[in-house]
Design a protein around this ligand. Structure first.
Ligand SMILES: [Zn+2]
Length: 390
């Protein structure tokens, strides 16, 4: 039978496409989802020699997508090929089957050489969906872990240079909309199919709303590096909550945003909140001193802070850990937590027709979690991650 499945995961609790189904199965063939269903119908689909995995009632989800991630396993994406491969391997093993490579603020020439290297890896590795630039068009007042000396207005000419260096791999740019030439730059990026995100910003509610009118669709790590939600100064968070076409990233590492606030955000903007790791080099490694761009960061008890001024600087979580804590600490339903790391980020990037769901025709990326929300198995393009790596 040559239309047979090459891999089947059965007897799992399938969380995908707005459903939470017990005793479910997913069958893969040619890197795609061939079929899904419940019960024992999978037996008729599995070909001879198919890889059959008993899910033993555990949670099976689409592969996770991380749209804000700077590195891990001691390596930063700014450091080129080998570093990108090292960190990417860590995240893949944590179930992040597709992701963007986030680069922090740097001098234009440095950033362009980082983009060249990241673009080359994006072309080589299909699990990398492209590049996210966080900076250099950010607010000095909310620079967080970005070197304030390198921040600048979003100059349309530099935007064109960054786009051409990326050669089609630039997917997302975070900017502060109160800076000069935001609207022209947003227009250029939007025309090139790049997601315009607002972040590291002092924007008022009105300025954030104007940014949305100018094409911004995403709020970078909501609440962090921006004015909060005040009853007389509602700020950028409420502007994005009120815009029903707007998306909001949130870092759920137990440090950046309180669980109660994440719960509120999800209630205010159901189906529009994306979990992101904002992982830096220390993710998956442990405490010690690391670099983020040109700045030193000290990690103690898993919390990363700038050595010079103690402000928090990226997280050390991987996205699977953020999901576990979204269920266990924040109190989201598993369905809501998984959606925030699969379908929502896929929609933000405009790849929801291929990624973020386990449905026939979708790319065969999946994660099997154990009962403690630890990753047990990962599949990429229908193959176990270990095999895929070879
Ligand atoms: Zn940031």
């Amino acid at each position: 039978m040559n239309s047979a499945a090459t891999a089947v995961i059965h007897s799992a609790r399938l969380i995908s496409s707005g459903l939470d189904l017990p005793a479910a199965f997913v069958a893969f063939r040619d890197g795609r989802v061939l079929a899904t269903g419940t019960g024992s119908d999978w037996r008729e689909l599995a070909g001879d020699g198919a890889d059959v995995v008993d899910g033993t009632g555990q949670v099976l989800t689409p592969g996770l997508l991380d749209i804000h991630n700077h590195g891990g396993a001691g390596a930063s994406y700014a450091d080129g090929g080998e570093a990108i491969r090292t960190a990417r391997r860590l995240h893949r093993q944590h179930g992040i089957t597709r992701q963007l490579l986030s680069l922090v603020t740097a001098l234009p020439d440095d950033l362009i050489s980082q983009i060249h290297l990241a673009a080359a890896e994006t072309r080589r590795d299909p699990t990398i969906l492209g590049i996210h630039l966080e900076g250099p068009f950010l607010a000095r007042q909310y620079c967080g872990a970005h070197d304030p000396a390198f921040l600048r207005d979003p100059d349309p000419e530099l935007v064109e240079r960054l786009l051409s260096a990326a050669d089609g791999t630039l997917r997302q740019v975070t900017m502060a909309p109160e800076r000069h030439h935001f609207a022209e730059s947003a227009q250029i990026l939007g025309d090139a199919g790049v997601v315009v995100a607002v972040g590291h910003t002092a924007a008022t509610f009105e300025q954030a709303r104007a940014a949305i009118d100018a094409g911004a669709t995403l709020l970078t790590h909501a609440f962090n590096a921006m004015p909060g939600l005040h009853h007389r100064a509602p700020g950028p968070v409420l502007a994005f909550v009120e815009d029903t076409g707007g998306w909001l990233e949130v870092i759920n590492d137990g440090v950046h945003v309180r669980p109660e606030v994440i719960r509120m955000l999800r209630r205010l903007a159901p189906g529009r909140v994306a979990l992101v790791s904002d992982a830096m080099a220390a993710a998956g490694v442990g405490d010690g001193r690391y670099r983020l761009g040109r700045l030193d960061v000290d990690v103690a008890s898993g919390v990363a802070r700038l050595t010079r001024e103690n402000s928090i600087a990226g997280s050390t979580v991987t996205l699977d850990v953020a999901i576990a804590s979204a269920v266990q600490e924040v109190g989201l339903t598993p369905l809501a937590a998984i959606e925030a790391a699969t379908t929502v980020p896929a929609q933000i990037l405009g790849v929801e027709d291929r990624f973020g769901r386990l449905e026939p025709g979708y790319v065969a990326d999946a994660v099997l979690f154990d009962s403690d929300w630890q990753v047990r198995d990962v599949w990429i393009d229908g193959r176990p991650v270990g095999e895929w790596e070879e």
